[in-house]
Design a protein around this ligand. Structure first.
Ligand code: AMP
Length: 268
């Protein structure tokens, strides 16, 4: 059995996880739960898009056998007091900007894995730090579920699909493609032999500065396991960008890896 945890407002990104789960598993469970503990007090929990009727239809069409749709009071009953915190990894980058976010994510994913008991659980690389934290948790706590990290699904113009893209004003939607262009610039440098993180960062900054609407939180190169900053890229790494367009925060990344013969590969 495979589990695909989501917060609903389903798009092609979610459906790609389901497709991969269907290829590996004889039955697939999807969950939809807008998890209150991963939202900060000034974040968008109340207005997070909730589109259950169309989500249900998409899941049925995608061949999902079972939809788990818990209520908040079932997941967090009165006097609920146990939380999972993946240390260090949860404090960097997204965790530094969104205190408590990953504690909420790790806790709810732990509970979903305990309840559903899947052999495989599927997560998107779009949220690379989240996927790394869940993989760490599964290893550290000897969980039976294997964590599978799937590629990023993109719109035709390169924007990574996200439930939050619906918040974007039309002009911000256009501006948001700058994230993909900045990552492409970094990818090109890597493919041409640049291994120096500062050079990649300044190339990305150069592209991002062309778009005045982008308020950049970070453009960083990190070790793929620890999420510590790298100055020289000589192991599996992520080139990560987070930026705000109006009130909408978006994330994107390139995965950098090395084959056995030391050949660099990149995946946008
Ligand atoms: P969410 O509903 O935003 O919590 O996302 C549920 C799962 O879908 C997470 O594992 C996300 O990383 C994954 N996901 C979201 N957007 C994409 C995308 N564009 N491509 C692949 N996976 C995605």
């Amino acid at each position: 059995m495979g589990l695909v945890p989501t917060m609903g407002a389903l798009h092609q990104g979610h459906l790609s996880l389901i497709k991969q789960a269907r290829q590996q598993c004889s039955s697939v469970v999807a969950s939809i739960f807008v998890n209150p503990t991963q939202f900060g007090p000034s974040e968008d929990f109340a207005k997070y898009p909730r589109t259950l009727p169309s989500d249900t239809e998409k899941l049925e069409n995608a061949g999902v056998e079972c939809l788990f749709l818990p209520e908040a009071k079932e997941i967090y009953p009165q006097n609920y007091s146990t939380y999972v915190n993946v240390e260090a990894l949860s404090d960097r980058l997204e965790g530094r900007l969104r205190p408590g976010h990953f504690r909420g994510v790790s806790t709810v994913v732990m509970k979903l894995l305990q309840i559903v008991q899947p052999q495989f659980a599927y997560f998107g690389r779009k949220d690379a730090q989240q996927a790394a934290i869940i993989s760490r948790m599964a290893k550290d706590l000897n969980l039976d579920s294997e964590i599978v990290v799937c590629p990023i699904e993109r719109e035709a113009d390169g924007l990574a699909m996200s439930s939050r893209n619906v918040y974007l004003q039309p002009s911000d939607r256009q501006s948001a493609t700058v994230l993909h262009r900045a990552l492409q610039a970094a990818q090109l440098l890597l493919q041409n032999g640049t291994r120096d993180a500062l050079s990649l960062q300044s190339a990305m900054r150069g592209v991002l500065e062309e778009e005045s609407k982008a308020k950049v939180d970070y453009a960083e190169i990190v070790d793929a396991q620890t999420f510590e900053s790298l100055t020289h890229i000589n192991r599996k790494a992520y080139v990560l960008i987070a930026a705000k367009f109006g009130e909408t925060r978006l994330l994107d990344n390139v995965l950098v890896d090395f084959s056995e013969n030391g050949q660099l590969t990149t995946e946008l």
